[in-house]
Design a protein around this ligand. Structure first.
Ligand SMILES: [Zn+2]
Ligand SMILES: [Zn+2]
Length: 366
């Protein structure tokens, strides 16, 4: 190497340099385009490969559960004791809090915090419902919120009512769902020993709490037959709880109002809210998923889960409850709502007949 060369500064030709930069930009763009096309190609090929298939063991399980529901109903109407039927109602609506306050608002959305005794109670109640383990449920739910109404949504409502309701549980998932399940952060749940313990022991816990306990109580306390108790207090009950949760994915994504965001499928549905302990205010919930009330209106009768969490907050077991201010709600509703949300007096969407009535009321007061 000649040392002189090192000392000589490189000759600069401005035009050439410009050309070089231009060439480099062109090359960069070309590389970017090639990358994009390659990614697009692999996406297309993954799409081409995706043929939804029936997962037969899962389908047979669903057929068994739903046929068992019919038989359970027959037994309730013909042979079961009244207390056995009432016990179904009690177990559905106590264990339901394990879904709504537990796996949904606490573990999926971190909308509030819970001390370990409450987490233990919620895990116990959730296991009675038999809806997979906390970790798996919360993972799918996080993916559902983050990639709602896309191929990556496990129960994408764009694939129809039946798919969103139950079909997704026995049809092989789209590759995007599998990819996103791996991408979602679950480190908070991995650090929760109660969640991981329940995940590890899910099968024996299912046998003990989803089948054993609800079936044993009627046999032990009011001498119901084991046969009847099994079909009624396991199968019939299990199927009802499952379908109430399914309604949130199907009905509450289809029929109702969209006061907060008219561009998304979730809706406000009172019927689902009553059945699912306050989980039918789904348009609000998808817009503000961190709100522990999952709804704007503070009426406990349509949102028993909020009452449940507030009661535990009173005891000090639940804390750090997050909710949105009415100002945030108003801003969002004005920006993207369907007009069914009224922010207050003076809103242009107040029906004219309401305004007339208000005027009359004012006159009466004077
Ligand atoms: Zn949610
Ligand atoms: Zn949803």
């Amino acid at each position: 190497m000649c040392p002189d060369n090192e000392r000589v500064p490189p000759t600069v030709y401005p035009e050439l340099e410009e050309e070089n930069t231009e060439n480099e930009t062109k090359n960069d763009r070309l590389a970017e385009t090639e990358d994009f096309l390659a990614a697009d190609e692999s996406y297309r090929s993954s799409m081409a490969e995706y043929v939804p298939r029936i997962a037969w063991p899962d389908l047979l399980a669903q057929i068994f559960i739903h046929a068992g529901w019919l038989y359970g109903l027959y037994l309730i109407l013909t042979q079961a004791k009244l207390l056995t039927a009432l016990w179904v109602f009690v177990t559905i609506y106590t264990s339901g809090f394990g879904i709504t306050a537990g796996v949904h608002r606490l573990w999926s959305h971190r909308a509030y915090k819970a001390k370990w005794p409450l987490r233990l109670v919620l895990m116990f109640l959730f296991t009675i419902t038999g809806q997979k383990d906390v970790y798996t449920w919360a993972l799918d739910h996080r993916v559902h919120h983050k990639y709602s109404e896309t191929d990556a949504d496990p129960h994408n409502v764009k694939r129809g009512f039946f798919f969103a309701h139950v079909g997704w549980l026995f049809i092989t998932p789209h590759p995007d769902v599998i990819a996103k399940r791996k991408a979602v952060d679950m480190s908070d749940l991995e650090a929760d020993p109660i969640v991981m313990w329940q995940k590890r022991l899910f099968i024996p816990l299912f046998a003990l709490l989803t089948i054993g306990l609800p079936v044993a109580v009627p046999c032990y306390f009011w001498s119901e037959s084991l046969w009847i108790s099994f079909w009624v207090n396991f199968n019939f009950r299990f199927c009802i709880t499952l379908n109430i949760a399914f309604f949130v994915n199907s009905v509450a994504h289809m029929w109702g109002q969209r006061p907060y965001d008219k561009y998304i499928s979730p809706v406000e549905n009172v019927a689902v809210s009553i059945a699912a302990l306050g989980e039918g205010w789904h348009n609000f919930h998808h817009v503000f998923p961190w709100d522990y009330k999952t709804g704007e209106l503070g009426n406990y009768s349509y949102n028993l889960t909020t009452a449940f969490i507030d009661a535990f907050a009173y005891l000090g077991w639940a804390y750090d409850r997050k909710y949105v201010s009415s100002e945030m709600v108003r801003r969002r509703a004005n920006r993207s709502g369907d007009g069914s949300h009224i922010w207050g007096y003076g809103d242009k969407d107040i029906p004219i007949e309401d305004l007339k009535e208000l005027k009359l009321m004012d006159k009466k007061k004077q």
